[in-house]
Design a protein around this ligand. Sequence first.
Ligand SMILES: Nc1nc2c(ncn2[C@@H]2O[C@H](COP(=O)(O)OP(=O)(O)OP(=O)(O)O)[C@@H](O)[C@H]2O)c(=O)[nH]1
Ligand SMILES: [Mg+2]
Length: 421
Amino acid sequence: MTSAPARPPLTVAAIGPSQQGKSALACALSKVLATRGGGQAIDYRELTRGGNYRRDGAVETRAARWLEITTETRRVAHLDLAGRCSRAITQLAPLSWAEAILLVVSPASGAPATDLRLVELLRVAAHHGVEQAIIFVNRCDRDDDPELIDLAELEARALLDACGLAGDEAPVIRGAALPALLGDPRWTPSILELAEAIDRRLVAPARDPDAPLRSSVLRGFRIAGRGAVAAARIERGSLRVGDPIDVLGTSHHRWIAEERVIHLRRAARSLRAFGRAIDRARPGELVGVLLPSPGGWRDAYRVSRGLTIAAPDTIALHRGLIARVRILAPAEGGWPRDLEETFVGQAVIGTACEAAAIQALGARPRPGEVTPLRIELGYPIALAGGERVIVRRQGRLIGLGVVLEPQGPPEPIAIDTGEGG
Ligand SMILES: Nc1nc2c(ncn2[C@@H]2O[C@H](COP(=O)(O)OP(=O)(O)OP(=O)(O)O)[C@@H](O)[C@H]2O)c(=O)[nH]1
Ligand SMILES: [Mg+2]
């Protein structure tokens, strides 16, 4: 038995232009706090494992990684996102978990507002309801011209404001992650200042532990002989070991070509949060849920990004939905022309991303307008209404909306209870 966590969880997503020190900062934060008795330090090589190795020794993060940062009052699930990546969903999926943004820039990084992917991430974060941000101006050891540092700060604030996050209120910390990570005492205070800002300036949103369980899966992996682990975040409700759960949606494991749509009903065999076994996961927590999969290895591989974990019979799989969507103006990076009445794009809902045929229900959608759209997904996902939906087309963010209701009957997928398989 484990006792209830003393510190409430908070999910912070570190974003910023590529190679400005997000991963180094995550490591520095964990190391400096670990030396003061808060949590465990994580090594840069460990955190960036699986990334793209560069000639200069740095590693470009490829898929988001997460680590636990233990500050004085919080357990922070720190998401280290990729600054650059070829597939938007790699960043958008973990971002759907964020409750606060840590924007990492540097004086030499150039105007962050010109980084369209970064602008998109900030807009999407605001759309998910994130209101709070901290700005960390990194690499002040190398680029120490005070005017450039002032400019970086101004630009970062303006960017947050432009994307709907309160830039004026965001605390700004000037520091240097790499020297702090290497133990340079001149830069340790900047890391402590960041920890203090996390403690004092960020608030944990209200959460409902008694609501029906809802959780989104960011990644799945297999433990030979035991089953599949779903790396998920509890959005609402609570999950206890032994609870029966539905795991449903479309699998995106690259080795599974057919039978991708699944609806498993299993009991959560065990729960782990950052390496600790826990008996109950509460809303806001990131957990690994071990699912027994008697269906064999295929079954285990099917657990992947985009699935939903929910209390049994509380949500169904749908392909069609009606959403109320704000069409972004060209100045916001949206579609440069009026949209056609029907077009093909992508819909991102939670950690799921599906190709979609989109049809305007009213007049032809114009930039800046809020309009009802009917969206038909290529593959079904778990939908109940109220989810945030992000509409993309040809690599651009073109609309931000809310699912009003699923359309049509639920997908006729037999529930796999794992018995007799
Ligand atoms: N001089 C100096 N170099 C730094 C600092 N922080 C990070 N670096 C270096 O900058 C490079 C990139 O650091 P990362 O932490 O991997 O950058 P990132 O933002 O995670 O990059 P992506 O994962 O590609 O988005 C590495 O070579 C670091 O050693 C710093 O404060 N000062
Ligand atoms: Mg990185």
